[in-house]
Design a protein around this ligand. Sequence first.
Ligand code: DLZ
Length: 158
Amino acid sequence: MASNLKNLSDYSDRNTGGVENKQFGIVVAEWNETITGALLEGAIETLLEQGVKRDNIKVHYVPGSFELSLGAQFLAQKETIDAVISLGCVIQGETRHFDFICDAVAQGITNVGLKYNKPVIFGVLTTDTMQQALDRAGGKHGNKGEEAAITAVKMTQF
Ligand code: DLZ
């Protein structure tokens, strides 16, 4: 599995430098908020560890992951924002909602990044079960919010 080979959380204790004056927008889905709250905590902690100033981290909430693309666009269009981190958690249910939401948010976030020529990071868990989500939100597979934050920092240094 790819995540066994490379886990971006491994970078979180290495200060990548050069981010003191960078501004990060974080858009967070309220759906599955236990999980997305943990992702948010991991992302903020990591940005601070990397040297980002707290005042330079703007957090905004949207109802569900489907709304992340538009939320990300609202942030990306601001000239002051250097990178956007999108955090959500979609858990497979009995209906096809999962497929539609996952496809839409992955495509939507990609489009926002390309449209505004800015990093827009996909920090969305797409899991079969709540346990798999917990495992990736501070559990045995780390915290994907931290990975999203590291990815954002690295992309601002491109
Ligand atoms: C409707 C819905 C469902 C069924 N499941 C999730 C989910 O697992 N994770 C998530 O973030 N959002 C879910 N939503 C809400 C949609 O993302 C969206 O907010 C609504 O369809 C309204 O557009």
